[in-house]
Design a protein around this ligand. Structure first.
Ligand code: NAP
Length: 275
């Protein structure tokens, strides 16, 4: 049994790879560049935005993990053997059904493609990831204050390691075909509460400062097209998505409570060292 993992160098794809590897399963890991992969992992190169680079990567696999938003997904799905399972990482935006929101739209499109592929499929709709806290590293290298967006929104963030296990379960165990899982972490936390927990893991007393909406818009405009900035404002200002409610699907699939942010912070404390 070989599983193709796209996004394999990322937070979630890397966790999928780890979870499959821990089960002793052969993995084919896709990256745009050359990488050193652990023994038992076959690294392949390809660009999900350039479907012509993906030929031959999916036609002999038993399953594939896909990220939403890439043209190459259709190419991979068409090449799969008929029984190969598909797990798609979608988003908390998909349930809104709002195609006027660019992020919701590409996730809805990806879900529709997978559901219409004829393959056995599972869709996972996660909340924001605990690993987003890594975005605070540059500020934490400079001092003990983190200034960031959406300070009044409590989010039940999810550990990418749990997403990796949920996806590995969906790809390798029976009973998950045709399921759409809405998954979160175990507790809703304001950014200031997450930062305090991270501070405890780092042995530092950290202070949160909320950006104004104007500051947030200016910062995001410098990073991404305006329609994406508008999409995030629709999520967190207009309330298009609900990432505050703790969802039950992760615990049901994992057979245990999802990991806490304190656990993520302990495991990733080293990622915040500036050495
Ligand atoms: N952060 C959140 O809270 C959140 C919430 C819901 C959904 N998502 C979505 O979840 C996905 C995974 O997140 P993550 O944190 O694991 O991402 P990440 O750590 O930023 O990694 C992104 C991965 O995508 C791969 N990739 C990017 N463009 C590619 C391309 N054109 N062709 C092939 N591979 C490509 C990268 O591979 P190489 O660079 O090695 O080629 C890398 O492995 C993202 O697409 C994100 O939009 C994120």
């Amino acid at each position: 049994m070989t599983i193709l993992v796209t996004g394999a160098t990322g937070n979630v794809g890397g966790a999928v790879l780890d979870a499959l590897h821990a089960r002793g399963l052969p993995v084919r890991a896709l990256s745009r560049g050359a990488r050193d992969w652990p023994a038992g992992v076959e690294g392949v190169s390809g660009d999900l935005g350039e479907p012509s680079t993906l030929s031959g990567l999916a036609d002999d696999v038993d399953g594939v993990f896909l990220l939403a938003g890439y043209d190459g997904n259709a190419t991979l799905l068409e090449a799969l053997p008929a029984t190969a399972r598909v797990a798609l990482l979608s988003s908390s935006a998909a349930p809104s059904g709002d195609r006027t929101n660019v992020i919701a739209r590409y996730n809805i499109d990806a879900e529709e493609l997978v559901r219409g592929s004829g393959q056995p499929w599972t869709v996972v709709r996660p909340n924001a990831f605990m690993s987003n806290a890594l975005r605070w590293k540059a500020q934490l290298d400079e001092g003990d204050v983190v200034r960031g967006p959406w300070g009044d929104i409590a989010v039940a963030t999810i550990d990418p390691a749990d997403l990796g296990e949920i996806i590995a379960i969906a790809l390798t165990e029976d009973g998950h075909e045709g399921a759409t899982y809405r998954v979160s972490g175990p507790q809703q936390l304001l950014p200031a509460e997450q930062l305090a927990i991270l501070g405890a893991a780092l042995g530092r007393d950290l202070t949160w400062e909320s950006q104004t909406l104007g500051e947030t818009r200016a910062e995001l405009e410098a990073q991404m097209p305006t329609e994406y900035v508008d999409a995030f404002f629709a999520f967190y200002v207009d309330g298009l998505i609900d990432e505050t409610t703790v969802q039950s699907d992760a615990e049901r699939v994992l057979g245990r409570p999802p990991r806490t942010f304190a656990d993520w912070a302990r495991r990733h404390a080293g990622d915040f060292s500036s050495a």
